[in-house]
Ligand binder design. Structure first.
Ligand code: BG6
Length: 467
């Protein structure tokens, strides 16, 4: 499984994502047997030396790496880290890449990781073109992929002027989570669930990703983006497609993208009456936030997929900042038994419908909750659960962090877990009514589950969280 040598150019190297995820992920790949022969060239607006960048990376790793490095490991990784400021221009970057290639023994493939906002993307692409770093290269692009249909098309066109679609990897790190991939394994690796995976047996679906986290250092990004663009149009819709898609003809990128894109095309345009936008009290007092900001820090919505399998089955999505708990669950609620033969008070149905739940947390769990008999006399029923957790297997140490997995896949030229220009454009199109006329934000107290209106939105069902 070992990857061939690569030069990785990391644009936005001193940003938040780089600190939290990319540098720790690259360290793990470089120090494991997975990708030992990489050189990383960091680049950003800041004027740093190699040593200063290594210091930045050291700090990032000690704060965010799940696997603490020994001194020897750190020295080994630090030796692979170099830095070129944006001010060095295309020439400076080309020279740094050439030096890295020499250290790796000649002409090697490159991966350009664009951890930059969309406005900066055209400049990065120009630099790569001027530096002649386009051939033998792949680019990883970070969301947001535009802010509406027109800007997404514009961005895609700009990138396509330099890179072919097969060189572009639009990353959605939720698809790199072990549990998201387990949705595919679970659905298509078993005969048990697929026959009931439709409107005849499924009552509704919840994709619920509350976060305790606030803005952290990202106020200006967040203020301009909001929860819908930051989370729903990217991560939650992508996960929804894994849940809702038809079986692909093969587990290969083109077949999967085709099926996902069909889901996006079948999504009903968002009806703003089915949307609750929220803002936590105190958001407007945060640094970098407008005093009259209308940015949503919370959103819940009901969407429908108008196809044969899902007609009439509501999908409820919710996510927000500064909420009561941090959770990432997908919950499939099954229909009730057609007739209850249990006496009143037996407990059946009292704790909601039976559910299948995928937990997208790092431990990755799948659980099935159902009614079963309470031990003892009489016939009382309790909600019971069967559960699988990767933590409980002897393979727990093999779990790759989402970014590690996806960076590896991009180096391997495997598009399976990446999104396509076409899919993204359909999602923006479906979102147009909400973007054009967003309902006003409702306030919610930090540490809560969102504004009260979330209960009306899901009625007659109930949110599965809190457990
Ligand atoms: C990012 C969003 O893409 O995903 C963040 O920009 C969010 O706002 C994060 O906190 C959540 O990712 P994870 O992997 O921590 O669930």
């Amino acid at each position: 499984d070992q990857l061939p040598p690569h030069v990785i150019v990391l644009f936005g190297a001193t940003g938040d994502l780089s600190r939290r995820k990319l540098l720790p992920g690259l360290a793990h790949l470089a120090l494991s047997a997975l990708a030992p022969d990489i050189e990383v060239i960091g680049t950003s607006l800041e004027d740093l030396s190699d040593e200063a960048f290594q210091g930045f990376a050291n700090q990032a790793l000690s704060e965010f790496s799940h696997r603490p490095l020994t001194k020897e490991q750190w020295e080994q990784f630090a030796g692979k880290l170099h830095y070129v400021p944006t001010s060095a221009g295309a020439e400076g970057l080309a020279a740094a890449v050439a030096r890295s290639e020499e250290r790796l023994g000649g002409n090697v493939p490159m991966l350009h990781y664009m951890s930059v906002p969309p406005v900066a993307a055209p400049a990065v692409i120009n630099t790569l073109r001027e530096a002649k770093l386009v051939e033998n290269s792949r680019v990883v692009m970070e969301k947001p992929f535009g802010t509406d249909l027109a800007s997404a098309i514009r961005l895609n066109d700009q990138v396509h002027e330099t890179f072919r679609e097969d060189q572009i990897f639009r990353i959605d790190h939720f698809l790199g989570k072990e549990a998201a991939q387990n949705i595919l394994a679970f659905r298509f690796g078993n005969g048990l669930f697929e026959p009931i995976w439709n409107r005849q047996f499924i009552d509704h679906i919840q994709i619920d990703i509350p976060e305790k986290l606030g803005l952290d250092r990202r106020a200006s990004f967040y203020e301009a983006t909001g929860a819908f663009k930051d989370m729903i149009v990217t991560h939650l819709f992508q996960v929804l497609a894994f849940v809702a898609m038809e079986p692909p003809t093969a587990l290969e990128p083109r077949a999967i993208s085709e099926e996902k894109n069909k889901v996006f095309r079948s999504m009903l345009p968002i009806d703003t009456r089915n949307v609750v936008r929220g803002q936590y009290t105190g958001y407007r007092d945060e640094d970098g936030v407008a005093r009259d900001s209308d940015t949503e820090t919370f959103i819940a919505l009901k969407v429908g997929i108008d196809n044969w399998r899902w007609a009439g089955v509501p999908f409820y999505l919710r996510t927000g900042k500064r909420m009561a708990e941090g959770q990432r669950i997908i919950s499939i609620a099954f229909k009730e038994a057609p007739k209850s033969m249990f006496p009143p008070g037996s407990g059946v149905g009292q704790q909601g419908p039976d559910h299948l739940t995928f937990d997208l947390a790092d431990e990755s769990k799948v659980s099935l909750s159902f009614y079963g008999k309470r031990p003892g006399p009489g016939m009382k029923l309790d909600k019971l659960s069967m559960q699988f957790s990767t933590q409980e297997t002897d393979r727990a140490a093999d779990v790759l962090e989402a970014y590690e997995r996806l960076i590896m896949d991009a180096m391997r030229d495997d598009h399976t877990l990446f999104t396509t220009a076409e899919g993204i454009e359909s999602l923006w199109e479906r979102s147009a009514p909400l973007l054009a006329d967003p309902p006003p934000v409702k306030m919610y107290p930090p540490g809560s589950w969102g504004p009260n209106a979330i209960h009306q939105l899901i009625a007659p069902h109930a949110w599965r969280l809190p457990f």
